[in-house]
Design a protein around this ligand. Structure first.
Ligand SMILES: [Zn+2]
Ligand SMILES: [Zn+2]
Length: 610
C-alpha cells in the first residue's frame, strides 16, 4: 500500500544547478608542452618505503557518483584498512516513477565491516551525506569524520531514524592530521555553496590521495566564509600527490565559475529598490546564498520569513552552529503573525525554485499557500537556474506569479545564480596547485568526466595517468606508483529508497512502477478473521488508471466476485496462509483482466485481519 502513496507523490529534484560561463580560456600548445615536462620530472610521491613485507596494495573503487551526479561514495583500500569518502544519495530522474531516492550499493563491503577505519565526509550536502541513516547500521557504525557543519547534517539524518546515539561522530579541524595506524587524513578548506566544505587528503604508505569533494575557487566568497586553502593544496603538491579524485560537474563549462559576490550585488540592488515585499526562492542547500540574503535583509530593515521545511531545517542547523549569522528575531517562520509586518519590511525565502508542485513558490503562484498570497507590487526573485528538464515547470510557476501581479526577476535577465562547482579554469588551477601524478575525474555523468579528462590532457597528462572509472571499477596502484584498472569489477546495483527507511532491490520496484503507469493498478482489500481467515463481507476494490466510465460498475462487481471466489476456493482447499490466498486471488484476476480487457494491471491483494 505504501508504494501507492509514493507513486502518486510528486518528486522533488534538488540536484545542484549549473551555470553557463561566457569566458573562454584555452591553454596554448607551448604551455602545455612545458607543463608536460615539469609534470614528468617531478617526484610525485613519497615512494613505497613503508609497504608491508610480502607486498600490500592500494586500490580504490567508486560505489556511486561516477555515472550520475549524486550517490557519492568512494572506497579506498590500503592493505587491510578501508576508508570511505562520503555516503550520499541520488535524487531520481524523471523516468524513475516516483521513488524517493537511490543510495550506494555497499554489498561488496559485507564481511569487511571490521576493516573500515573511517568514513570521511567532504561536506553536508545530501548527495554526500544523505545515505548515512541507511548505510551506517549496515556498516556496523564505523567512526565518521567531518567538519562541524558537515557532521551536523550527518547527525540530523541519523536523528530522523533515532540512531544518532549509536554513531561515532568525530569533528575534525582543518589542517589537523588524524592518524589511522599507517595512514593519516587531513581536511583542507575549499569553497562551495555550503560552508565548511573540505578536500580530503589521505596519506598512505603508497602515496597521498586527494579527494577534492565539491569545490570551486571563489576569491570573494560569502561573508564569514574564507577562500580555499590555496597554500595547503600547494604544500600537498610540493610534498607529492599520487592521485587526485576531482569534481567534474562543470568541466564542460569554460572559464571560471562566477563568484557569490556577483550574485550578492544583484540581490542587494533588488532588495534595496523593492517597494513591496520581496520573495526569494533558492535551493535550501545553498547556505552561502541564504547568508547573503539575510545580510541584505538586515541592512534594509526587513524581517526574514522562511517557507519550506528543508529550508527551515537547514537554516536552523546552520544558525545553531553559528554558520548562519543573523541577529536574534530577524529570521522567523511564516505564519499568521507575518501580516502585522509592513510589506516594505518583509522578505520571504521560499523553496521551490525548480517549479516543484508541492514546494512553496508553486503554491504561492497558484494561490494555494496557507500563509502567503501574492499582492500587487511583490518582487519575486528566483535565485537559481532551472535544472535540465525542469524548465517547463519553472515557466509555469513564473506565469502564475505574473498573473497574480508580482514582478518576477530570474537569472535569465540578471546575475542571480552561480554554481558551487568549478568550471574549466577552477579545475585547471586545482591540478596546477596539487600536481598529482594521476587524475581521476569524479562527481559527474560520463560526458562531464570526459570533459575533465580532456582538461587533464590539455595539461599534458597522458592517458595512462588519466583514469576514467565507472561505478564498481577498481583502480590498483603498484609499488612504483603506476595505476591501472583491474579486471575485477565490483558489482554495483541501484538501491532504491522508497518510503521511510525501506530499501529495496531497485529493479523490482521500478518494474512494478512501469507496469502500474502503463497498465493501471487494482487493489483488492479483503477483511478476514485473524484465525480462520474467513471473509467478513465483500472485498473493496480500488483502481487506478484502469477502469473508467460506464464500464466501472460492471467490472468492479465482476472483480469482487472473482476475487471472493478465488479466495474462498483456496480456503476450502485447506490453505489459509496469507501468501497462498493472495497468490490465488492474483492468478484469478490476472486471467480475468488478460481475457476481458487485454490488460495486465498490477494486482495488489491486501488482507486486513479483524
Ligand atoms: Zn555539494
Ligand atoms: Zn555534490
Amino acid at each position: 500500500m505504501q508504494s501507492v502513496g509514493n507513486w502518486l507523490k510528486e518528486n522533488v529534484s534538488q540536484r545542484s544547478p549549473a551555470v553557463k560561463n561566457t569566458q573562454n580560456t584555452q591553454a596554448n600548445a607551448a604551455k602545455q608542452q612545458q607543463r608536460h615536462h615539469r609534470h614528468r620530472h617531478k617526484p610525485h610521491h613519497q615512494g613505497p618505503a613503508n609497504i608491508p613485507q610480502g607486498g600490500g596494495r592500494l586500490r580504490i573503487y567508486p560505489l556511486g557518483g561516477f555515472e550520475q551526479v549524486g550517490r557519492n561514495c568512494m572506497v579506498i583500500e590500503v592493505d587491510q584498512d578501508i576508508f570511505l569518502i562520503d555516503l550520499g544519495l541520488q535524487f531520481p530522474d524523471e523516468d524513475m516513477l516516483g521513488i524517493d531516492y537511490l543510495i550506494p550499493d555497499i554489498t561488496s563491503l559485507q564481511g569487511k565491516e571490521n576493516r573500515i577505519r573511517g568514513i570521511l565526509f567532504t561536506h553536508g550536502h545530501l548527495d554526500h551525506v544523505g545515505a548515512v541513516q541507511h548505510l551506517l547500521p549496515k556498516l556496523h557504525y564505523p567512526p565518521c569524520y567531518g567538519t562541524k557543519l558537515t557532521l551536523a547534517f550527518v547527525r540530523k539524518r541519523l536523528e530522523e531514524e533515532h540512531i544518532a546515539n549509536k554513531a561515532q561522530l568525530h569533528t575534525v579541524e582543518y589542517n589537523r592530521k588524524i592518524t589511522f595506524g599507517q595512514n593519516s587524513a587531513e581536511f583542507l578548506h575549499v569553497t562551495h555553496s555550503i560552508p565548511d566544505a573540505a578536500a580530503i587528503a589521505l596519506h598512505t604508505p603508497y602515496g597521498t590521495l586527494l579527494h577534492t569533494g565539491d569545490f570551486k575557487f571563489d576569491f570573494t566568497p560569502t561573508s564569514g566564509d574564507m577562500p580555499a586553502d590555496f597554500q595547503g593544496l600547494a604544500d600537498l603538491g610540493r610534498r607529492g600527490v599520487l592521485a587526485i579524485i576531482a569534481d567534474s560537474t562543470n568541466a564542460t563549462k569554460s572559464g571560471s565559475s562566477k563568484s557569490e559576490a556577483e550574485i550578492s550585488e544583484t540581490l542587494h540592488r533588488l532588495i534595496r529598490d523593492a517597494n513591496g515585499r520581496v520573495i526569494i526562492s533558492t535551493f535550501s542547500s545553498l547556505l552561502n546564498r541564504i547568508q547573503q540574503i539575510v545580510d541584505h535583509a538586515k541592512q534594509y530593515n526587513r524581517k526574514v520569513f522562511i517557507a519550506g521545511r528543508s529550508m527551515e531545517t537547514n537554516i536552523e542547523i546552520a544558525q545553531n552552529l553559528g554558520y548562519l549569522k543573523a541577529p536574534r528575531g530577524l529570521i522567523r517562520k511564516v505564519g499568521p503573525g507575518m501580516d502585522k509586518i509592513p510589506d516594505r519590511e518583509t522578505l520571504i525565502i521560499a523553496t521551490g525554485s525548480q517549479g516543484e508542485e508541492m514546494a512553496g513558490l508553486a503554491r504561492i503562484g497558484l494561490g494555494t499557500h496557507r500563509h502567503i498570497s501574492i499582492k500587487t507590487g511583490d518582487t519575486v526573485i528566483l535565485s537559481s537556474n532551472p535544472i535540465i528538464g525542469n524548465e517547463r515547470s519553472v515557466a509555469k510557476v513564473i506565469n502564475n506569479l505574473h498573473l497574480q501581479g508580482a514582478i518576477v526577476k530570474t537569472s535569465q535577465e540578471l546575475s542571480l545564480h552561480t554554481t558551487g562547482h568549478g568550471c574549466r579554469d577552477d579545475i585547471l588551477l586545482m591540478h596546477r596547485l596539487v600536481q598529482p601524478k594521476h587524475i581521476i575525474p569524479e562527481h559527474g555523468e560520463p560526458y562531464m568526466r570526459a570533459a575533465h579528462a580532456q582538461i587533464a590532457r590539455d595539461l599534458g597528462y597522458t592517458d595512462d595517468h588519466i583514469h576514467q572509472l565507472s561505478n564498481g571499477d577498481v583502480l590498483e596502484f603498484d609499488a612504483q606508483g603506476n595505476a591501472r584498472k583491474s579486471k575485477q569489477k565490483i558489482s554495483v546495483n541501484d538501491v532504491i529508497i522508497d518510503g521511510k527507511g525501506s530499501a529495496g532491490e531497485g529493479k523490482r520496484i521500478m518494474d512494478d512502477r512501469k507496469i502500474m503507469s502503463k497498465n493501471g493498478m487494482i487493489i483488492v482489500l479483503f477483511r478476514a478473521y485473524t484465525d480462520s481467515k474467513r471473509l467478513v463481507g465483500n472485498p473493496d476494490i480500488l483502481s487506478r488508471g484502469l477502469i473508467y466510465g460506464s464500464e466501472q460498475e460492471k467490472i468492479t462487481s465482476e472483480v469482487v466476485e472473482i476475487a471472493k471466489k478465488a479466495y474462498q476456493e483456496c480456503l476450502d482447499r485447506g490453505e489459509n496462509d496469507r501468501n497462498a490466498l493472495k497468490r490465488a486471488v492474483n492468478g484469478a484476476l490476472y486471467r480475468y483482466f488478460d481475457r476481458k480487457l487485454d490488460r495486465q494491471p498490477m494486482l495488489v491483494p491486501v488482507i486486513v485481519e479483524v
